[in-house]
Design a protein around this ligand. Structure first.
Ligand code: ADP
Ligand code: MG
Length: 263
């Protein structure tokens, strides 16, 4: 039995039209993300990571190409349809947590359900269970200001699960955390992946990316390399560019993965 595709992207382009100037942020990329996989997206500043994540998260639309989530083409959907898909199928984890200061932990976890018109009274228990899952059972009525950065990001992880999404999208989830606290969050993502969750994460940190099974490297709006750690072979990419030090990088990738498992 093979895993279902969750994300199917084909010929995806994004051009920002600034009147006089047009910026090609994505220049035709193709890839598929399978259910239960853990993918990292890397690349230098300006390579198109945020643009891609915004499209993956249905916060923006491509200029051309198709994007299917769980088989449904979302590239031509209206804003209303997009926000519905976003609410039902995607869990977000941001670098800066994006919690609502006036709400306590359980209420913050409930936010994605609130946007679906689901009343907190019917979902309090569900949200409390998620708070427990991320180790915050003794902080349920705390506000974000009363929590450490790591605890706030735990709330964000719990919130990302509230709507039982098809996939989790994380944007530099450890970017604001010290390495020890960041490690806790990465372990949590490892655990969620182990339970079969689909995760796509943008990061500029090699050590963070090495937690994923696959790293898609963007460069100038194209896929430069697509490296999987399971078989050590690069997946077919939209650009067939050969990279001389690719073999060496893969070895390093594996060594680090093994080291990570022993820690
Ligand atoms: P990254 O996240 O990898 O740093 P971005 O996706 O933010 O890259 O940007 C890719 C390219 O698109 C860059 O050249 C950037 O200047 C441009 N860009 C990004 N967002 C906009 C926007 N809203 N309007 C115009 N140009 C943009
Ligand atoms: Mg960016």
């Amino acid at each position: 039995m093979s895993a279902k595709p969750i994300i199917e992207i084909s010929g995806l382009t994004k051009i920002y039209d600034l009147g006089q100037v047009k910026v090609s942020a994505l220049r035709g990329i193709d890839f598929t993300v399978l259910e239960g996989s853990y993918t990292a997206i890397m690349g230098p500043s300006g390579s198109g990571k945020s643009t891609l994540l915004n499209i993956l998260g249905c916060l923006d639309r491509p200029t051309q190409g198709t994007y299917r989530i769980g088989g449904d083409d979302v590239s031509t959907m209206s804003d209303r349809q997009l926000s519905r898909i976003r609410g039902e199928r995607i869990g977000f984890i941001f670098q800066s947590y994006n919690l609502i200061q006036q709400l306590d932990v359980v209420e913050n976890i409930h936010v994605p359900l609130f946007y679906q018109g689901k009343d907190i009274n019917s979902y309090r228990e569900h949200c409390e269970k998620l708070a427990e899952l991320v180790g915050l059972s003794d902080r349920m009525d705390h506000r974000p200001m009363q929590l450490s950065g790591g605890q706030q990001q735990r709330v964000a992880v719990a919130r990302s699960l509230a709507n039982e999404p098809l996939m989790l999208l994380a944007d530099e989830p450890t970017g604001n955390l010290d390495s020890k606290t960041g490690e806790d969050i990465l372990e949590m993502l490892d655990k969620l992946h182990g339970e079969g969750r689909t995760i796509v994460m943008v990061t500029h940190d090699d050590e963070v990316a090495e937690r994923a099974e696959r790293v898609i490297h963007l460069k100038d709006g194209l896929i430069d390399r697509d490296v999987r750690s399971d078989n050590g072979k690069p997946a077919p990419a939209s650009s067939d560019k050969k990279d001389d030090d690719e073999g060496e990088k893969k070895v390093r990738f594996k060594v680090k993965l093994n080291r990570g498992e022993k820690d």
